[in-house]
Each structure stands twice: as C-alpha cells, then as structure tokens.
Design a binder for this molecule. Sequence first.
Ligand code: UD1
Length: 338
Amino acid sequence: MKKILVTGGLGYIGSHTVVELQSSGYDVVVIDNLDNSTEGVKEQIVSISGRSIDLVIGDVNDEQTMNRLFQEHNFYGVIHFAAYKAVGESVDNPIKYYQNNITGLICLLGAMERHGVQNLIFSSSCTVYGIAEDLPVIEDTPIKSAESPYGTTKIIGEKIIQDYTKHKNINAILLRYFNPVGAHPSAKIGEFPNGVPSNLVPYITQTAAGIREQLVIHGNDYNTSDGTCIRDYIHVVDLAKAHVKAMIFVDKMPNSVDVFNVGTGNGSSVLEVVKAFEERSDIRLNYIVGPRRDGDVEQIFADTQKINHVLQWQAEYDLHDMMYHAWLWQKSISRKIN
Ligand code: UD1
C-alpha cells in the first residue's frame, strides 16, 4: 500500500483529503501542529473511513521532527496543507505568514530531497490570479502581484516548487483552489473558523445558528447580474478527491511540475449563495447589504477543462449540496458547544 504524508492533515481541507486517500487505498501519516485544528479530528476521520492514521503532533518547520518522520516511513508522496490562510491576519502580520508558509515549504522540500521522496501535491489558491481580466481563468493566465501577504506566499510557494523541480528529482502538482466550502456529508468533519469568520459560508451558517446576529453582504453595486460578487464555490469533498487524482497522476506527467484549477467552473453571486442556503435549510437568513470590502475581486471563476481532461476529475456536488452539508456541520458543532 502506498504511504502518503499529509501535512496539516487535521485541518479543514486536509482532514477531508485524508478520508478520500484512505478510501482510495492509501496509508496515511499526518503531521499537524494543532495551530488551527484539534486532536479530536483524528477520531472523526477514523470513524468515517474505518482506517487508522499515524498522527505526529509537530511542525513542518522542525527539521529534527521531519527527519525522524521520513526515516520512520517510506513515503510515496506528500500533500502539503500546513500553512496559514487568513487574508486579513496576513496583512497585519506578514512575517508570521512568510515564516510559516515559505520556511515550512522549504523545510519540507529539504526533507523530501534528503530522503528521496519524489511526489508532491501543493495547496495553492485562485488568489494567485489577483484581478483576472478574462473569465473563466485558465491556468496560463499570467500571475500578477497578490492582494495580500497570504496570496504572496502562494505565488512564492509555486515559484519555489517550479524552480526546485527543474533541477531536482521531484514531481509536483500545484492545485489552485477556488472557494472551498461545505463539509463531509456525515457532518463529522468540517471547518472550525478561528473567531469571527471572514469567509462567507461559515458566516452564513453561524448567523443561521444564532451565533452571529446578521450577515453583511459586502456590496451590491458590482457589475454583475445582481450586483454582488461572483465566486466559484467548490465542495470540500470534491476538492479532497482532486488531491487523490493528483496523487495518481503526479509521477506520470510529461513535465515534472504542472498546475490545475480546482473549481466547478460555475460562478455564483453572494445572493445566490444566500438563496441556496435558505432553500436547503428552510431558514430565512437575517442579512443586510453593506459597503464593499477592501481587496474583494468583483468576479472570478475557473476554467476546469484541464483538470477535467488530464486528471479525469469533475466536481459532483452543486451549490445546494454545499449549503446543505455546511448547515449539517454547523448544527453538529453547535450541539457540541451548547
Ligand atoms: C478568500 C481569499 C482567498 C482564500 C479564500 C479561502 C481574499 C481576497 N481571498 O476568498 O484567497 O483562498 O478566502 O476561503 O480574501 N462576503 C460577504 N459577507 C461576508 C463574507 C464574505 O458578502 O461576511 C462576500 C465577499 O465579499 C465575497 C464572497 O462573499 O464576495 C466570498 O468571500 P470569502 O468567503 O471571504 O472568500 P474570498 O474573499 O473569495
């Protein structure tokens, strides 16, 4: 059985990916520093997949821990999630982001090289496209400067891997996620936002659960069909499955590095998301329209032809499923809190 190291494997996207890897027959070892996750997620993963996980509580920045891990296990590949991801926090504390996201990646690449591990899947983001002129965005769209230090860490991370694979024996796939939302249909794993959520879907579900009073829609005067911003929301389980496809394909690529958009290819406006949530939860959401949020892009959605054809991956869940599963998850964690 092929063994995969998943860094940040107890986090939101990591935990869903561990489940999908296990159901596809991979053995999984997780390293997670519990910065934005809890140890209890391990039990939840095991209860979904029925398979055990080797968990190391530790940091990818710690060379000794990484060396020990790579000595103990013979990894076929690595999926690297361990990174900070809050856009606003990265503006306030850029060094924290460069330190963790860039240094962590460099440490990981060093460990892979020392121990002869060749296959890497890297979490990137559609944030690298900035304000795209042509929609939907294709992978060849030129990368401009990012809107935040978080975005810059993704651009630099991609560049480091591209440079590295030119001269080292490493195959890498960079996955550019659009807007991951939803939760596992079992409602056993999902996203735990840190404090007040800045992302739309956790804010919606927390408002519906009575944790937040009111959702503020950030502007309805954009040049879109209903005036609100458009994004390509992707179910986290579909996204997790894209990592499994990438792991199957990574050592069969004609080039040593390749990049894929991971989205549904459909743009949805903020109001469409709210409406889908209301329909699936049977709850009328308390919301108002406020001013635009600084740094928001008017619209972005993916061209998914490359991932559809090359990796043979396609999103299966629609916006209503995403809202339904996000709501089941919210209800399950609200029950635990109350
Ligand atoms: C943000 C990040 C992106 C990251 C993603 C992770 C930026 C510029 N981009 O995407 O890099 O990968 O999160 O999920 O921050 N909205 C409201 N009210 C709210 C919250 C959001 O109207 O309370 C609107 C936003 O204005 C936006 C849409 O909902 O139009 C989606 O916002 P959000 O969930 O924060 O994601 P992004 O900003 O697209």
